[in-house]
Write a new protein. Structure first.
Length: 90
């Protein structure tokens, strides 16, 4: 996990984002979520969308930055072939 935290921290501090946005990201749970997914080769499921703003690091941006797969909840449900079945009353 520690190498993944380092890789994500280096990516975030790479100069694309404003220092205040980097500081907020490195103190938030999003940082640990993406690093955990990176360390264990998991995908991240989020409603957030990619943003080109240099003020805030969004989860999809961080995932792309370190090579973690990022999907929406709907994409995950489709790929898992989730089915929601209501039981009929007897």
């Amino acid at each position: 996990m520690v190498p993944s935290l380092g890789a994500l921290s280096r990516w975030a501090s790479g100069g694309e984002y404003e220092p205040a946005g980097v500081a907020v990201f490195l103190q938030a749970a999003d940082y640990y979520l993406v690093a955990h997914a990176h360390a264990h080769e998991y995908a991240v499921v989020t409603h957030e969308i990619f943003s080109s703003s240099p003020k805030k690091i969004k989860i999809p941006n961080a995932c792309i930055g370190v090579g973690v797969k990022c999907v929406t909840p709907y994409q995950m449900l489709r790929s898992e072939r989730a089915r929601f079945v209501l039981n009929r009353p007897s």
